[in-house]
Structures are given as structure tokens and as C-alpha cells.
Design a protein around this ligand. Structure first.
Ligand code: HEM
Length: 527
């Protein structure tokens, strides 16, 4: 041992002793092996090469969307009812049946567009993904804070994300590109109305709602289905959104505020809680409605389809390691348990391919063997091989020579059917067609009118600030969409843009962040 070379005196070998991943104790973690103290280095520096090459591979590809996130563990407790009715009337999913039944969960909240360390104050939908580790395997409810989405066809998703993400040359988000896409996609008008209002910047992850957005199905023991939408309603912590100015103030000093807010609330025992509610509709096309129940750009009116509580979720434990649990967590809309089904919602069906496809690339082909993703019940498959497999999914007593099915020699067997299967009947041409009843603007107008005055002022100010740099034809298309939603909405955006164009600093624009920035710059110049 030589302290002069920067080595610490060796401690006796015990539980704290540093080893490499081969289990070899490390006696010197300060100096690489060299010919003489001044080098050169030798290639048999196993500890150094292992350490540096692992470091070189520390990052996995970040999520292509929803890269910035925070997670927590918790528990879901079922009410055993849906509203006042027994839940078994609508679904046979075991996790909902008994009042008080607890299911462990892991939740990952996120923002969508920017990278892994981007500010958490940005205007963006927020992800709200919940993994239920049920007794019958995992169920992932991969939702957002807002209840609707920009588009209804999954073919448009990669283009939408390209337009919203940073420009391929400047590497900066550009509202000209954002609104170019949106102005060619009128179905986005409703979502844009939410995103540019204060609902586009939730104060933190605790004080926001969640929604499955897409339409799913519940299936009962008779194989009968209903359409459902899922919603998470914050309980004691309530809902809070930010004005653009409030968000700017937070962002000036802290771009991790939502992650830290969640972490500290849980550390201090102030556990956030949400109630899970469903809206239910019979499983048909509902010609009496002016929208299609499978259209994710639409809200289901709560006077006709009330929120019915089915359980409560409490987040009560922080992750022990961010990378192991939060970064490697993999959620997907295909991850359902018996009694929960897809609907024909096209966006949902497109999503369902995309999640596990990206996770095989992002995390690896055995991503489901990682503890955060593995179900907590028994797993017995005949799948094996692929990078990073570390165990075989073998059942106790299974003949280890039989990794196929069917077999008469002691292999795995199919499970019995649990209830009558749900077997929807299809009789239609295979087509490429938009749904009937797109009705792109009516609900956007209703949402605009449902806002409080300060929310509407914010919406107009934020839209004018974003749209003022856009080409005139893009501005015109957007104003026409807002006008078709609500005449006052369109008029106010148009006037705001006109004032901007003529350099007038009156009305709502005086309060805009851009105006505040300009005024501040002037102030500095005068100093
Ligand atoms: C993440 C695709 C629409 C919510 C992702 C990821 C992909 C993706 C590829 C990254 C997953 C990963 O790396 O693990 C799509 C496609 C969509 C779509 C193709 C439409 C066709 C939506 C909608 C919602 C949503 C409508 C809201 C209901 C989320 C959430 C995450 C996510 C919350 C982050 C999950 C996590 O925390 O790991 N999406 N998405 N997505 N998406 Fe979507």
C-alpha cells in the first residue's frame, strides 16, 4: 500500500468491499497499471477496461417521446363497485372485484417532446403511465394528463412528433413547424386549445389528472363488452396549473421542480392519491352522438357518461435507483389482463404495436425479465435466448428438455378459459378512410367556453405568442379553425396577431411572456 500514489490504505475485506462484476475484490481503484509511474499503460488492465467500457455504455437510447420522467411505487385499492353497481356486471378483471383488494403499482410521469434533462416547466402534455402488478399478470394503463389527443390515426404519429420535436438543422423546437403540421390537421384544434391554456403546464406531477385517452373495453364473465374510458382524479392534493409567467419564474432557477416535488412529498409521507374513474358506454357506434366514441380527439360528455369511481391509488415509495426502475420501465397499451380489452380505436391499435417494438430496441429483447417490468406472479414461457437473458421461465417440475408446446413429455400446458370469450363480429370492406363524424371544432369551442376568464386570456396570449412568427397562411388556417370552434376565440387570436403585426402593445399581448422579455431587455439596456 502506498498512500503517496493516491491509494488509500486497504480496509479489511467485508460487506462494503469494492469488487468488479466478476466478484474480484478491487485493491486499487485510483491508479491504472503502467510501466513505471509515468506510463505507458498496458492492455491487461482488466479492472480499468471493464470499468471504462461499462461507463461508455451507461446510457440506453432515451425514449423517442416522453424522455423526461419521474417515477414512484404505490398501491391500488379496489372499491369492488363501479359507481353503485357491482363491478362484475361489466368486467371480470380480478383486480377490481373485492372491496379493499390491493394491487402494487409503479407509475411513471413524464413530459413528451424534449430530451431526458429538459425543463419540467415546458408547455407539453404530461405522461401518466401506471403498471399494475396484478395476480393475473401486469396491466399497463399508459395515459396522459389531458383527456384527448392531437390526432386520431396512428399513421400520423411519426410526422406529428417530428414537427413538434426540435428542427433537424437548428436542433431547437420551432412553432412554425409545430403549427405548420397542426394547421394541416384540423382534428388537433381541441388538443391545442387545452395545451396552450394553463392546462398545458401542470404545476407538478402530483396536482394533475390522468386519463387513458383511448377507448378500451371491459368484458364480463358472459363475454359481454362495454366501451370504457379511464380517468385518474387527484384526491387531497387537488389540481393546479401554471400561467406562462409562473412557469418562466420556476424555470429560471429550477428545471427539475416536478421530479423533486414528487420525491420530497413521498419522502415526507405526504403521499399523493388519485381516484380511478371510468366512463361507460354500450359497445356500439352510437349514431345518436355527434362524435364517434372511438375518436380520441373527443371528450365523452359527463352529463351522459358520468365518472364512476372504481378504486384509489396511493404513491408511497420512491425508487431506490432512477435508472434501474424509472429509465428501464417499459409500459405498453397491449399489456392487458383478462376482462380488459382493446376497442377498435385506430390510434390505440397503432400504439399497441409501437410500445413493445421500441422497448426491444431501447431496453433489449429481454426487457420483461427486468424486475421493474416483470410481473410479480408466476411466469412460465418457452421463450428463451436473446441478449441479456438471465433466467429461463421454467415452471416447477417442468421437464427441462421440453421448451415447446404441445408436448406429451411434461412441458407447459395451456390455461383453461376463464369466462366466455368476447368475439366481436366484423363485416366491412378493407379501406383507408377517415371515420365519419370527425366534428373537429365543436368540442374545441365547448372547451374554450368552459375555461375561466384567466384561462382564456392565457390561451389567447400563448397562442398569439407562438403563432406570430408563423407564415400568414398558417395563421389564417389556425384562425379559421378557432373561429369554427367559437367566434370569440377566433376573433381574439386574429386581433392579437394583428396587434403584433402592427407593433401595437395593447390588450392581452401586454401580458405575454414575449412582451415581458422585451420589456426586461429594454430595462437592462437602460441600466
Ligand atoms: C411513450 C408511441 C400516443 C402516452 C411512448 C413511446 C412510444 C410511443 C414509441 C416510447 C415508449 C418507450 O420507449 O418505452 C406512441 C404512438 C402513439 C402514441 C405510436 C399514437 C399512435 C399516445 C397517447 C398517449 C400516450 C394517445 C396518452 C394516452 C404515452 C406515455 C408514454 C409514451 C405516457 C411514456 C411511458 C413511460 O413513462 O415510459 N409512446 N404513443 N401516447 N406514450 Fe405514446
Amino acid at each position: 500500500m502506498n498512500e503517496q500514489n493516491g491509494k488509500k490504505p486497504g480496509a479489511p475485506s467485508n460487506e462494503q468491499t469494492l469488487t468488479n462484476r466478476q466478484g474480484h475484490p478491487i485493491t486499487d481503484n485510483q491508479n491504472i497499471r503502467t510501466v513505471g509511474s509515468r506510463g505507458p499503460a498496458t492492455l491487461e488492465n482488466y479492472h480499468f477496461l471493464e470499468k471504462i467500457s461499462h461507463f461508455d455504455r451507461e446510457r440506453i437510447p432515451e425514449r423517442v417521446v416522453h424522455a423526461r420522467g419521474a417515477g414512484a411505487h404505490g398501491v391500488f385499492e379496489a372499491y369492488g363497485k363501479v359507481g353503485d353497481e357491482p363491478v362484475s356486471k361489466y368486467t371480470r378483471a380480478k383486480l377490481f372485484q373485492e372491496p379493499g383488494k390491493q394491487t402494487p403499482v409503479f407509475v411513471r410521469f413524464s413530459s413528451v417532446i424534449h430530451g431526458g434533462h429538459s425543463p419540467e416547466t415546458l408547455r407539453d402534455p404530461r405522461g401518466f403511465a401506471v403498471k399494475f402488478y396484478t395476480e393475473e399478470g401486469n396491466w399497463d394503463l399508459v395515459g396522459n394528463n389531458l383527456k384527448i389527443f392531437f390526432i386520431r390515426d396512428p399513421l400520423k404519429f411519426p410526422d406529428m412528433v417530428h414537427a413538434f420535436k426540435p428542427d433537424p438543422i437548428t436542433n431547437a423546437q420551432d412553432m412554425r413547424r409545430f403549427f405548420d403540421f397542426v394547421s394541416m390537421s384540423p382534428e388537433a384544434t381541441h388538443m391545442v386549445t387545452f395545451v396552450f391554456s394553463p392546462w398545458g403546464i401542470p404545476a407538478n406531477y402530483r396536482q394533475m389528472q390522468g386519463s387513458g385517452v383511448n377507448t378500451y373495453k371491459w368484458v364480463n364473465a358472459e363475454g359481454e363488452a362495454v366501451l370504457v374510458k379511464y380517468h385518474w382524479e387527484p384526491l387531497k392534493q387537488g389540481i393546479k396549473n401554471l400561467t406562462q409567467r409562473e412557469a418562466n419564474e420556476i424555470q429560471a432557477t429550477n428545471f427539475n421542480h416536478a421530479t423533486l416535488d414528487l420525491y420530497h412529498a413521498i419522502e415526507e409521507g405526504d403521499y399523493p392519491e388519485w381516484e380511478l374513474c371510468v366512463q361507460i358506454m354500450s359497445d356500439d357506434e352510437h349514431p345518436e352522438l355527434d362524435f364517434d366514441p372511438l375518436d380520441p380527439t373527443k371528450l365523452w360528455p359527463t352529463d351522459q357518461f358520468p365518472f364512476l369511481p372504481v378504486g384509489k391509488m396511493t404513491l408511497n415509495r420512491n425508487p431506490e435507483d432512477y435508472f434501474t426502475e424509472v429509465e428501464q420501465a417499459a409500459f405498453g397499451t397491449g399489456v392487458l389482463v383478462d376482462g380488459l380489452e382493446f376497442s377498435d380505436d385506430k390510434l390505440l391499435q397503432g400504439r399497441t404495436f409501437s410500445y413493445s417494438d421500441t422497448q426491444r430496441h431501447r431496453v433489449g429483447s429481454n426487457y420483461l425479465q427486468l424486475p421493474i417490468n416483470a410481473p410479480k406472479n408466476r411466469v412460465a414461457t418457452n421463450q428463451s435466448g436473446g441478449q441479456m437473458q438471465y433466467k429461463v421461465d421454467r415452471a416447477p417440475g417442468q421437464n427441462p428438455h421440453v421448451n415447446y408446446e404441445p408436448s406429451s413429455m411434461g412441458g407447459l400446458k395451456e390455461a383453461p378459459q376463464q369466462g366466455k370469450p368476447h368475439e366481436p363480429y366484423y363485416d366491412a370492406k378493407l379501406v383507408r378512410e377517415k371515420i365519419d363524424r370527425p366534428n373537429d371544432f365543436k368540442q374545441a369551442g365547448e372547451t374554450y367556453r368552459s375555461f375561466e376568464d384567466w384561462e382564456r386570456d392565457e390561451l389567447i396570449s400563448n397562442l398569439v405568442t407562438a403563432l406570430k412568427i408563423c407564415n400568414p397562411d398558417i395563421q389564417e388556417r389556425m384562425v379559421s379553425y378557432f373561429s369554427q370552434a367559437d367566434a370569440d376565440y377566433g376573433r381574439r387570436v386574429k386581433e392579437g396577431l394583428k396587434q403584433e403585426a402592427s407593433g401595437m402593445k395593447e390588450g392581452v399581448q401586454q401580458n405575454s411572456p414575449a412582451a415581458a422579455e422585451k420589456a426586461e431587455r429594454k430595462g437592462h439596456e437602460a441600466d
